[in-house]
Design a protein around this ligand. Structure first.
Ligand code: ADP
Length: 258
C-alpha cells in the first residue's frame, strides 16, 4: 500500500485505488479494467467496486459496461456514478456526446480529470479501478500525484513495440512511488476454434521477459479470443456473461492477486 505523497488526498469514501495502465493504446487496457472490476466483485460479493474511466480522449467504459446518459447530481452537487452489473461507473463518456471528438487543450483535460477525481459521489467503495489513458503523460502523472494509489496493473501484448512502452509505464509509476502490482500479458495466444492450432500472433512470452527484467510478477495471461472481443463490444463483459469460461477465470485469477 502506498504511503502517499504530501499533496495526495484520498477520494472520499474509497478505500483502495487500483490503476490499470498501458504504454500503448489498443493492447486491452480497458478490457482488463472492466473485467478486473467485475472479477473483484465476483470474487467477494461483500466488496463494493467502482470503475473510473480517466481515458478522456477515448472513453471505452460506457460501451463496454452498456451504460449511457448523464449522471445525476447529489444534494452536495457531486455526480452520481451510473450503475451496471453491480459496478458504479464514471466516465468522460457520460459527460460528452458519444461521437464528439475531445479536442481540448492540456489545461481543459486536466480540469476534466480533476472533476472525475473529486466531484463524484462514490458512496463507500472497497476498490476503485481506474482505467488510465495510454502512455506516460500529464493525466497519468496527475492521477498518481493527487490520490493515494494502492497499486498499478500494467497491461501489454507480448509485442516488442508494446513492451517498450509498458516498460516506460512501469518506470513512471516507480518514480512517483506507486507500487506496480504486476503485468498482465494480453493477446498472447490465439487458438483456432476449428483445428485447435495455437498461434502467438503478437509473440509468446514478451511480458514474462519484461517482468523478469523489472522484477515484477505476471498477474495473468489472457488469450486473444473472439468471445472477449464480442462480449466487450456488446456491453456484456466476459466475466459477467460467461463467468465459467477459461477466459473469465483468467481475469478472476488476476483479481485474486491484486
Ligand atoms: P486499450 O484500452 O488498451 O486501448 P481495449 O481494451 O479497448 O484496449 O482493447 C482494444 C480492442 O481489442 C477492443 O476491441 C477489445 O475488445 C479487443 N480486445 C482486448 N483484449 C482482447 C482479448 N484478450 N481478446 C480479444 N479481443 C481483445
Amino acid at each position: 500500500m502506498s504511503r502517499g505523497l504530501p499533496k495526495q488526498k484520498p477520494i472520499e469514501g474509497v478505500k483502495q485505488v487500483i490503476v490499470v495502465a498501458s504504454g500503448k493504446g489498443g493492447v486491452g487496457k480497458s478490457t482488463t479494467a472492466v473485467n478486473l472490476a467485475l472479477a473483484l466483485a465476483a470474487n467477494d460479493s461483500t466488496k463494493a467496486i467502482g470503475l473510473l474511466d480517466v481515458d478522456v480522449y477515448g472513453p471505452s467504459i460506457p460501451k463496454m459496461m452498456n451504460l449511457k446518459g448523464n449522471p445525476e447530481l447529489s444534494q452536495s452537487n457531486l455526480m452520481r456514478p451510473l450503475l451496471n452489473y453491480g459496478i458504479a461507473c464514471m466516465s468522460m463518456g457520460f459527460l460528452v456526446e458519444e461521437t464528439a471528438p475531445v479536442v481540448w487543450r492540456g489545461l481543459m483535460v486536466m480540469s476534466a480529470v480533476e472533476k472525475l477525481l473529486r466531484q463524484v459521489d462514490w458512496g463507500q467503495l472497497d476498490y476503485l479501478v481506474v482505467d488510465m489513458p495510454p502512455g506516460t503523460g500529464d493525466v497519468q502523472l496527475s492521477v498518481s500525484q493527487n490520490i493515494p494509489i494502492s497499486g498499478a496493473v500494467i497491461v501489454s501484448t507480448p509485442q516488442d513495440i508494446a513492451l517498450m512502452d509498458a516498460h516506460k509505464g512501469a518506470e513512471m509509476f516507480r518514480k512517483v512511488h506507486v507500487p506496480v502490482l504486476g503485468l498482465v500479458q494480453n493477446m498472447s495466444v490465439f487458438q483456432c476454434p476449428k483445428c485447435k492450432h495455437k498461434t502467438h500472433i503478437f509473440g509468446a512470452d514478451g511480458a514474462r521477459r519484461l517482468a523478469r527484467t523489472l522484477d515484477l510478477d505476471v498477474l495473468g495471461d489472457i488469450p486473444l479470443h473472439l468471445d472477449i472481443r464480442e462480449a466487450s463490444d456488446t456491453g456484456q463483459p466476459i466475466v459477467f456473461s460467461q463467468p465459467g469460461s477459461d477466459e473469465a477465470k483468467a481475469y478472476l485469477r488476476i483479481a485474486a492477486e491484486v
